[in-house]
Design a protein. Structure first.
Length: 182
């Protein structure tokens, strides 16, 4: 992706080498966007993002070798013999550390005297106040949420609520879900 001099080739040259640059156009959009109203930042064109051929970025992103390329950081870590597990696109509810930090923040707000010295004293105390069992529960909940997303369950639907927010009445009774699994 670089010239012999070390300078990056750029989209146009890469597409010309692959025979994808439109012959009849001198200029070709680098990336499609939809102008926003009210002076806000423009948004990406959904057609472009979903693999269209409307611009240089979409054409290059649709190529199999570009789709198969792993991020450089992931390749480096795997080359060192480690396993890389990527979370889905970030959302706070699928990161159990967010629940942990939320609990620590709640503790801090409850016990804070609203000065810097008390905050310095309270933060380590707040982090230590959260039991490991609760941290494991946060982790289990995020796994349930990720499983629901992998199963293409719609957020906040009754099925999602059943999978993620189910309430147990007793640890000894048989649930309808366990009967389904058998």
């Amino acid at each position: 992706m670089k010239l012999p001099s070390g300078i990056p080739k750029g989209l146009k040259l890469v597409l010309i080498e692959r025979g994808f640059w439109p012959h009849n156009q001198l200029h070709f959009l680098t990336q499609c966007s939809i102008p926003a109203s009210n002076g806000k930042k423009s948004k990406l064109n959904p057609v472009c993002v979903q693999g269209g051929t409307c611009c240089a970025r979409a054409l290059l992103a649709a190529q199999p070798d570009f789709q198969a390329q792993k991020p450089e950081l992931q390749e480096t870590i795997e080359k060192a013999g480690h396993l890389v597990i990527l979370y889905p696109a970030f959302h706070c509810e699928i990161n159990f550390i967010e629940y942990f930090c939320g609990a620590a923040k709640h503790y801090t707000q409850k016990h804070c005297e609203y000065n810097f010295e008390s905050l310095q004293r309270l933060v380590p105390e707040a982090l230590a106040s959260i039991p490991n069992t609760l941290i494991w529960k946060y982790h289990a909940r995020t796994i349930q949420i990720m499983d629901a997303y992998r199963s293409h369950v719609v957020y906040a639907s009754p099925e999602y609520e059943n999978l993620v927010h189910r309430k147990y009445k007793s640890h000894r009774s048989v649930s309808a879900r366990s009967i389904e699994l058998e």
